[in-house]
Design a protein around this ligand. Structure first.
Ligand code: F6P
Length: 364
């Protein structure tokens, strides 16, 4: 089908490569179809409030290398369950989805490209069920989306985390300290395991394998007794102790998002280690540095391929799908197959076997 006017929004936490996707969608729609492109601002909130900007080949020409998203994003603002703080401090929940569909129709769009992680794509699917022609485009630094080999933003985050490891290696070795690096990864430890292996970690703790603090300390002691009080630990924010819970932070966004903000396991670990062994321990939390900045070459290419393929899928009328990488090709996956699925690091995977075979402790 000929595309005349298409819309695109970015939802959920940002990551490097979003602008590469926006640029590719804009260029493919304009160059191959002569279509107009409308950027919807601030994720799905822009669909509720009808805040948009026109995207053209010209005004997207310099954004390939730019971090963040020129459209803005939010991990709040689900139109089906929009949460607002009421004057008395309680949370009110509203369904603005009909208003969003009305606005979509008024905009005269042939297709809505929804760029996001699991939560955003699920909202996209709910709009598809309400008749909106949606094509999903997968993103997340966590790399935990099912049905795609990789999500863009992930490799950039791994590079950033690996660079941090390299830096902690030199200062940690100089001072003979135990250095902890806490990275993102809510339910999946992909960043921790990849950047941990790449950065020469001695211990890697991921959400998929609850850690035993005695095993962690054993590894540090083993190294210290062998003459190296220096150890480096990579820990994902979602890692938890055996029998324990993930560590969360109280925050306004936690209340509005309805999803807890994680963080703090690195400092918890530092305290536990200090109680058991007389070594200097330091913790660094890498946080949103993993999400900011220019995408690496892999993410630029992946974002560009996903954006271009999404426009092709729209022209074919393949709505209700997500474009995905099935190396070496792009494929389409029905959005309904994604519902509620998170791709974790398999605990019996070759990747974990590889780490343990070279002496990395996984805390078990
Ligand atoms: O899902 C991506 C992610 O980066 C998680 O790893 C992290 O827990 C979360 O987003 C943090 O989101 P924010 O601080 O933006 O609410």
């Amino acid at each position: 089908m000929a595309l005349k006017k298409v819309g695109i929004l970015t939802g959920g936490g940002d990551c490097s490569g979003l602008n590469a996707v926006i640029r590719a969608v804009t260029r493919a729609a304009a160059i191959e179809h002569g279509a107009k492109v409308l950027g919807i601002e601030g994720g799905f909130e822009g669909l509720i409030t009808a805040h948009t900007q026109e995207l053209t080949v010209r005004n997207t020409r310099d954004i390939l290398t730019l971090g963040g998203t020129i459209l803005g994003t939010t991990n709040k603002g689900n139109p089906f369950e929009f949460r607002e703080i009421k004057p008395d401090g309680s949370i009110g929940v509203h369904d603005y989805s009909d208003r969003a569909v009305d606005n979509f129709n008024k905009m005269g769009l042939d297709c809505l490209f929804v760029v996001g992680g699991e939560g955003t794509l699920e909202i996209g699917y709910r709009f598809f069920l309400k008749g909106v022609p949606v094509i999903g485009i997968p993103k997340t630094i966590d790399n935990d989306l099912d049905k795609t080999d990789y999500t863009f933003g992930y490799q950039t985050a791994v590079e950033v985390a690996c660079d941090a490891m390299d830096r902690l290696q030199t200062t940690g070795r100089s001072h003979q300290r135990v250095m902890i690096l806490e990275v993102m990864g809510r339910t999946a430890g992909w960043i921790a395991i990849d950047a941990g292996v790449a950065g020469g970690a001695h211990i890697i703790l991921i959400p998929e394998i609850p850690f035993n603090i005695d095993r962690v300390v054993e590894k540090i002691k083993f190294r210290a007794e062998g003459g190296s009080p220096f150890s480096i630990i990579m820990v994902a924010e979602g890692a938890k102790e055996e029998g324990g819970d993930v560590i969360t932070q109280a925050s306004a966004s936690t209340r509005l998002q309805g999803v807890p903000q994680l963080g703090g396991v690195g400092f918890y670990l530092a305290d536990q280690i200090k109680k058991r062994i007389d070594l200097e321990v330091r913790c660094t939390v890498l946080g949103h540095i993993q999400r900011g900045g220019s995408p690496c070459a892999f993410d630029r290419v992946l974002g560009t391929r996903l954006g271009s393929h999404a426009v092709r899928a729209a022209a074919e009328g393949s709505f209700g799908t997500m474009v995905a990488l099935k190396t070496p090709d792009m494929t389409l996956v029905p959005l309904k197959e994604l519902a509620g699925k998170v791709r974790s690091v398999p605990v019996d995977s070759q990747l974990i076997q590889c780490a343990e075979s070279i002496g990395i402790s996984m805390g078990r």
